[in-house]
Design a protein around this ligand. Structure first.
Ligand code: SF4
Length: 363
């Protein structure tokens, strides 16, 4: 994936506009859980109404295939499976032949949906699991029965994949690292292996509310996680065949959430050109909110920004709105929301920056 993104970024650097590589759909802003640390808890995240129909999403996906979008991410700005026509939208992503990713809280899968996703080869499903038992998980997502439903879905995927002899979709657990679960990650690895889940991805929480501030690891906890827990997680991963990013977390990265933009600003070049942009998202990543609002990622605020409306994707992508975002980044700026960016996005940007720098230097 890096190669194709790099090729497009190199074209932008040479003054040739390219279409989006990745399209992210925030299918709905509604949610049936109430995670303590969620982006939705931020006081500036004013939820706005309006949900595009499956027919409109189909048109958008048809155009995405025409303009060579390579990857579709269906995510929750709420829980995507709450969209009344979610199954149809997901089916259409594969109908138009684009690589696919779904992030879900795991509570709304049905037997039929799991069977469909396996049958037509959905590529990847990320389930947000916040602990190795119902008390921890349900407490953090503030929904009783959520743990049981999620684990049922994970196991069901595994059973159907075996029955249909398919290795897709790949499955991972995404876990937000908090004061209530950091010691328990080795147990999550065992649970993942038992349910046929391939990876456990950890993300230190971003503080979005006074309640989530109480869940952020202290310096001592972050240090103990890195020194004592992460090596055991990695060891369990090796033993059980479950991938993890635990070894990539440092004390600094765990504590730096809510100021992750500083790493992006530090890494950006001072000289003019694409490498001066601290973030490259508006050059390769198009985010569409449930109501059709355009953004550079799912964290995008304001909540009443420009919408796609009746336009096509390409027209919007090459229009003034994205043009202004790009100009701002090319002048070395970031957006207000970027301090709350997710660590995974930041590390991805830093990695692609290093590769792009080498590519451009090699001419
Ligand atoms: S929040 Fe992150 S991904 Fe989004 S525009 Fe800012 S730095 Fe880029």
């Amino acid at each position: 994936m890096h190669d194709e993104r790099l090729a497009r970024l190199a074209d932008w650097a040479a003054g040739r506009a390219r279409g989006p590589h990745t399209l992210e759909l925030g299918l709905t802003m509604a949610c049936n859980a109430d995670c303590t640390f969620c982006w939705r808890q931020h006081p500036d995240t004013k939820l706005v109404g309006g949900t595009l129909s499956a027919a409109r999403w189909r048109e958008i996906l048809d155009e995405a295939a025409r303009v060579d979008v390579r990857y579709v991410r269906v995510i929750g700005e709420g829980e995507p499976l709450l969209h009344p026509e979610a199954a149809e939208v997901l089916r259409h992503v594969k109908r138009v032949g684009i690589r696919s990713y779904l992030c879900s809280n795991g509570t709304l899968f049905t037997r039929e949906l799991i069977h469909d996703l396996v049958s037509y080869g959905w590529d990847w499903v990320s389930l947000s699991l916040e602990g190795p038992d119902a008390v921890t998980h349900d407490g953090l997502v503030r929904k009783s029965g959520a743990f049981e439903r999620l684990m049922w879905a994970a196991r069901r995927f595994d059973q159907v994949k075996r029955a249909l002899r398919s290795d897709r979709p790949g499955l991972n657990f995404g876990l937000a690292l908090t004061t209530l679960n950091w010691r328990r990650v080795p147990e999550v690895m065992v649970l993942a292996a038992d349910a046929g889940v391939h990876a456990v991805n950890l993300e230190p929480i971003t503080v979005n509310s006074p309640e989530s501030a109480r869940l952020k690891l202290s310096r001592d906890e972050a240090r103990a996680f890195v020194a004592d827990v992460a090596p055991r997680v990695v060891e369990e991963g090796r033993r059980l065949g479950v991938a993890t990013n635990a070894h990539e977390l440092s004390e600094r990265s765990i504590l730096s959430t809510n100021r992750v933009h500083l790493a992006l600003l530090e890494a950006a070049d001072r000289a003019d050109g694409l490498l001066r942009a601290p973030c490259f998202n508006p050059f390769w990543f198009l985010h569409l909110r449930a109501n059709g609002q355009l953004g550079s990622c799912g964290f995008w605020r304001p909540m009443h920004g420009e919408r796609l409306g009746a336009r096509g994707l390409e027209e919007a992508w090459l229009g003034d709105y994205y043009g202004r975002m790009r100009d701002w980044l090319l002048a070395g700026g970031l957006f207000d929301v970027c301090s709350d960016c997710n660590l995974g996005f930041v590390e991805d940007t830093l990695a692609i920056r290093a590769e792009l720098r080498d590519l451009l230097a090699a001419g």
